[in-house]
Design a protein around this ligand. Sequence first.
Ligand code: ZN
Length: 210
Amino acid sequence: MGLDAIAITDHEEIEGAFAARRLVHERQLPLAVIPGTEVSSLDGHIGALFVMQTIPKNKTAAETVRLIHEAGGIAVAHHPYSPRWLNKVLGVQLGCGDLIKTVPFDAVECTNAVPGSGVKYNIAAIDAMRKDHISVGVTGGSDAHVAEFVGKGKTYYGGNEGILSLQSSLFYGFTKGAEGYWKTREKFYYYIRLVIAMVRNAVERKGSVN
Ligand SMILES: [Zn+2]
């Protein structure tokens, strides 16, 4: 699927990223793995890229970003304008919303590849960045909860030094997000899984949809 690198950002976990690294190494795959995690802050989900540790959950967005920076990582506001109804169903805050204007995120996910009306929420992020002249990097993410959807969202970056180029592109804001095409069958499969996961996670109050 033409990926040079993949960021593994399991919720409050780092082991998945390490496991992926080992696998890539063992199979000698031409793929770089960016270790990361998705942190459930009190204000919304925040991606921590290029970190080698988990970051404590349930802190404010500002504190979470500070901790990610302290760990040497890049902090990304994931799906900042996730729908409010989904927050209610899950009983959590999924996106940091307008905090992207005040909290020093390194990048904002403007292309979350979740199909359907997700486009509307991506546009909300782009609009907020334009209106408020937020000039940090943007990312495209698959938010893939199953292997089939890896690569639906992509982040393009310049340079030819592998993930070092990605790291500096994110840091300096030279990235671009893109979303892949979803076949009807894929969308159907995605939504079936999503509904099942939402019901299960709302009952267990997990705070995510995976
Ligand atoms: Zn998330």
